[in-house]
Design a protein around this ligand. Sequence first.
Ligand SMILES: CSC[C@@H](O)[C@@H](O)C(=O)COP(=O)(O)O
Length: 385
Amino acid sequence: MPPTKISSIKVDGNQITIINQLLLPHVTEYVEINSIEDAFDAIRSMKIRGAPAIASLAALSVVQHLDRTRRADPQPQFLTSIALFKSHIEETLAHLYESRPTAVNLGAATRRLMQVLNEGVAAEKSISDIVQDLMVEGIAIAGEDVGRNKAMAQWGGDWLVDLVTKKNGAPSEGLNVLTVCNTGSLATSGYGTALGLITYLHDTGKLGKAYFTQTAPYHQGSRLTAYELQTLKIPSVMICDPMVGSLFQHHPIHAVAVGADRIAKNGDTANKIGTYNAAVIAARHKIPFIVVAPISTVDLDISDGSKIPIEHRPPIEACLVRGILYPNGDKVEHAQVMITPEGLEGIYNPSFDVTPAELIAAIVTEKGVAVKADGAMEFDLSSVV
Ligand SMILES: CSC[C@@H](O)[C@@H](O)C(=O)COP(=O)(O)O
């Protein structure tokens, strides 16, 4: 049976533990994070994934690092001078930021810590006071995620119910919402973004069914979203990625709700590969396409989606599927199975795609819902950031 509450990260004192998302849903393995390098590896290898969750882990690993080093005997050299301390923290933050390039929340988290560092140095604070300030900020970054997720779920959920009701009257069977990838508790510090909106609709009696794509090649949908929806007892239907068009042709779908890894100033949105396909087909069927993401996902320094860096994952990841060997009696044995001929060359494996603002009906953050002005192709996001 799945557990009743899923958390991607647990913190006990200065011990950080994450769920290894590469092995879910069949094997629940907890991995200890004991250093900056452990956090970097967990993010890069996707043991932890989802834009807000990786930002939280990066921030917490800095807190842990500072807490452990300030207690160390003898003290590391970087704690002996403000110049050494500053360059050590700068290098640490820059290194963590390198772990995955598309999710901007990681950059927002490292920038916040950098600002605390710079302000402390400018105010000529002691190293131990700056350490304390950085630890408070790091804990705040991870801690504020759940509250803002609940806020955006409510903004987006109420907006959608209103939109659909004005158009068609209240649907007697509730709203059917399609999502892509995994944007729930595993991808955040709790509750989720697009999956949070779906959870909110369910909890308020407004959801018909949640539909989700398998989300190849990493299968965040079939492995992680399926597991979360099962745990939450939310009625749901999985579809394979190429079935989005067929679903829209044959079933009443009221919205597509997705998360985001980076939203450019004009509203162009990078999210898990396959999101753009769903948006194009949703437009064909006049189904509202909604992006739900915290303010830290909005990158006002990037004017449009063409400038968003897109991570390409190692080609081998597109040649493998993960799961348990089946049927295998009672023994749960996790395996990766190759689905391509050995030595296949020419594999295209971008992890994200960009959905143009033109195809997006609304962008929801913890501050509210942004829609485009009549006839506009781009968003003015100033009211929601
Ligand atoms: C709340 S999570 C939003 C996005 O990070 C999510 O949709 C996504 O694309 C995750 O990609 P992943 O490669 O699994 O980290």
